[in-house]
Each structure stands twice: as C-alpha cells, then as structure tokens.
Design a protein around this ligand. Structure first.
Ligand code: FDM
Ligand code: MG
Length: 211
C-alpha cells in the first residue's frame, strides 16, 4: 500500500537578464500541463503582496530603500510564500519558479556593502529546490536581445557583478544550460531535464536551504 501521494518537484530558473528565463518558465509549465503533469508557475519577487508592492516600487526606482532592508524584504517575500508552496508541492503540483534565493543573494551581494554570508542568512530554512536551471548567454547574444529596461539593476556593469556572484553560488544541484539557441530547441532541452527532476523528486524528501 502506498503511504503518500507523489509530491511535485521544485524547479528554479536563475540567470542574468536577457537569458530567456521567463519565456522558458512559461513554456515549460505549458508543456507539462499539456502532457498531463500538474505544474504551476511562480515568480519572485511576487509583486502582488503587500511586501511585493514595496519591492516593486523600489525596483521601479520610485522609492529608495537601504540595502540591507530591501534585501530582507526580498527574503520576506519568499517566506510569506512558503505555506502555499509547501502545500502545492505536497499535493503533487510541480512548481516552476522564476528566480529564488540565489537571485536574492547574487543581486544583494553584488553591492559593495553586503557580504554573501550576510545575504544568505535570512534565506536559510526556506524550501530547497530540487534543481536549479541556470541559463547562460554570451554578452553578444544578450545585446542582440535588445536594451536593458529602466528598472534598478538593469545595467551592464552591475549585471556582470551579479554573474560572478551566481558563479560562486553554483553547486551540484545546479544544471547550467547554454541558452544561446533557438527558443524551441532550448525549451525541448529544458523539458527533458525537467522530466528527470520530476521523476526523481517523487522519492526524495523536500529539503531546507542552506541549513
Ligand atoms: N531580485 C530578485 C533581487 O534583487 N532579489 C531577489 O531576491 C529577487 C528574487 O529583482 F533585477 C532582482 C532581480 C531583478 C529584479 O526583476 C526582478 P524581474 O525582471 O521581475 O525578474
Ligand atoms: Mg527584469
């Protein structure tokens, strides 16, 4: 007799701007649902909550917040999502998440005042993804994808610093995916990776991040 239903997988996409993360997240969720696998798309920051609205106005540069304090708001925006994410995963829904704590640490620690160790602390104990898909694009391809937008952090020099921080955060739960290719080809490749994660997650317990 089986004791519990299969849980969903927790998949995170990370990468710098112009890596095609958001497009690939949506395509993956559509494809999974079409194939009869229950999956849902989430995105951090979640700009719809009270905390998310503060983050949104910070990103849109309509308010100024002290560096430590905005870092804690990004983390709080994940903590407030934990009960719902836990419930969805345990009820068998696979979560495809556009950015997570790794963006949190990479972006904040790219600022001179904040160390990586300090930045990790408020993220400790959050649900740990089963796998991180890290999308990389060369500078040339990224620039062909158009100019950066007008939000805070959307600047070439800062993005380069963020990329070095992502490299430091990488561990063996990350799959680095070269995203310098056509959208469909890339989405097929990602789908294959995702199916492996979904199958192996069923027999593994959900973990906690950085404990
Ligand atoms: N960002 C995102 C952070 O600085 N910390 C975080 O914890 C997260 C999740 O917010 F510049 C940054 C990364 C990016 C911006 O932009 C969110 P998008 O385009 O909505 O992902
Ligand atoms: Mg953006």
């Amino acid at each position: 007799m089986s004791t519990s239903a299969n849980r969903g997988a927790f998949i995170v996409f990370e990468g710098c701007d112009k890596s095609g993360k958001s497009t690939q997240c949506s395509l993956l969720v559509e494809r999974l649902n079409r194939d009869g696998i229950s999956a849902q798309l989430l995105k951090f920051p979640d700009r719809t909550t009270t905390i998310g609205k503060m983050i949104d106005s910070y990103l849109q540069q309509s308010c100024q917040l002290e560096d430590h304090s905005i870092h804690l708001l990004f983390a709080a925006n994940r903590w407030e999502a934990m009960p719902k994410m836990n419930e969805l995963l345990n009820s068998g829904v696979t979560l495809v998440v556009d950015r997570y704590s790794f963006s949190g640490v990479a972006f904040s620690s790219a600022k001179p005042e904040l160390s990586m160790e300090w930045c990790r602390e408020p993220e400790r104990g959050l649900l740990r993804p089963d796998r991180v898909f890290y999308l990389t694009v060369g500078a040339e391809v990224a620039s062909q994808r158009g100019d950066f937008g007008a939000e805070r952090y959307e600047k070439k020099d800062f993005q380069a610093k963020v990329a070095t921080m992502f490299d430091k955060l990488k561990d063996d739960s990350w799959t680095v995916i070269n995203a310098d290719k056509a959208v469909t080809e890339l989405s097929n490749e990602i789908f294959e990776h995702a199916m492996n994660v979904i199958n192996s997650a069923q027999t593994e317990k959900l973990g906690k991040l950085w404990l």
